[in-house]
Design a binder for this molecule. Structure first.
Ligand code: ZN
Length: 249
């Protein structure tokens, strides 16, 4: 992975506009991992993809994560701070395409893989599913099931008993445990403690979007002030852009 330059990041941001969140973050990843083909990035398990996103975040904006949450007990808004490297350290390093796994349970032999961004996108975009969490979960599981047999006879996902699909779901959760990044929070007002899910895809996209608005403003001011082209301005280091901006004011 490399940190994309300002010009590359701005291009990736522009390509992402008007797209849903998942394709957006895959475009950002493609700009920073040119060594991995785009379809392989889309096939990373969610935990593997989020590990890459955390690394990209570290390259672009540093390790420190700052955000806010509202206490569910007393409504107090609290600020929390965390660190990308703490999350990365806890995640498996394997960044290749998700492997296949076996599960033998209740007389059934299953072969499956972990859910990836393509699965999530498909499930979200299936109109009959997207108002029913249970249906979405079943659709996702059926996509991840590669093969199922009972006493040597192959069977479809729909033929599996609920106990078997439940175990499949549990197994997937265990194997891709880092697909959900959870943060423990404590309220200083009422001492309530709870966990929040941290969505690195949403978090990083928001930051890149803010960065893009800001850099476009900078390009506009420097181009107007000095007559430089957009490319020339984007090639400057952030420090020099800031210094030249200061000289205009
Ligand atoms: Zn509270």
């Amino acid at each position: 992975m490399k940190a994309p330059g300002s010009g590359e990041l701005l291009n990736a941001w522009e390509q992402s506009l008007g797209k849903p969140l998942l394709p957006r973050v895959l475009i950002l990843l493609a700009a920073s991992c040119p060594e991995i083909p785009a379809d392989a990035l889309a096939k990373l398990s969610i935990g593997q993809r989020d590990r890459q996103l955390l690394q990209l975040r570290t390259h672009l904006f540093g390790q420190r994560l700052l955000s806010t949450a509202v206490c569910p007990q007393c409504g107090e808004r609290i600020e929390w701070e965390s660190n990308t490297t703490d999350f990365i350290r806890k995640m498996p390093e394997n960044s290749t395409i998700a492997d296949e796994f076996d599960l033998n349970t209740d007389g059934y032999a299953l072969r499956f893989r972990l859910p990836n961004s393509l699965d999530i996108t498909t499930v979200i975009n299936t109109p009959s599913d997207n108002d029913n969490a249970e249906k979405m979960q079943q659709h996702l599981l059926s996509r991840c099931l590669l093969n199922a047999e009972q006493s040597g006879k192959s069977c479809d996902f729909d033929q599996l008993p609920a106990s078997v699909t439940r175990k499949l779901s549990q197994q997937i959760e265990q194997l891709d445990a880092h697909a959900d990044i959870r943060i423990q929070l404590n309220c200083p007002e009422c001492s309530h403690s709870w966990t929040v899910l941290f969505d690195i895809a949403h978090f990083l996209w928001t930051e890149v979007n803010e960065w893009a608005q800001q850099i476009l403003q900078t390009v506009y001011k420097l181009a107007t002030g000095y007559g430089w082209s957009e490319q020339e301005i984007l090639r400057l280091s952030p420090v020099r852009r800031q210094l030249y901006l200061g000289m205009l004011e």
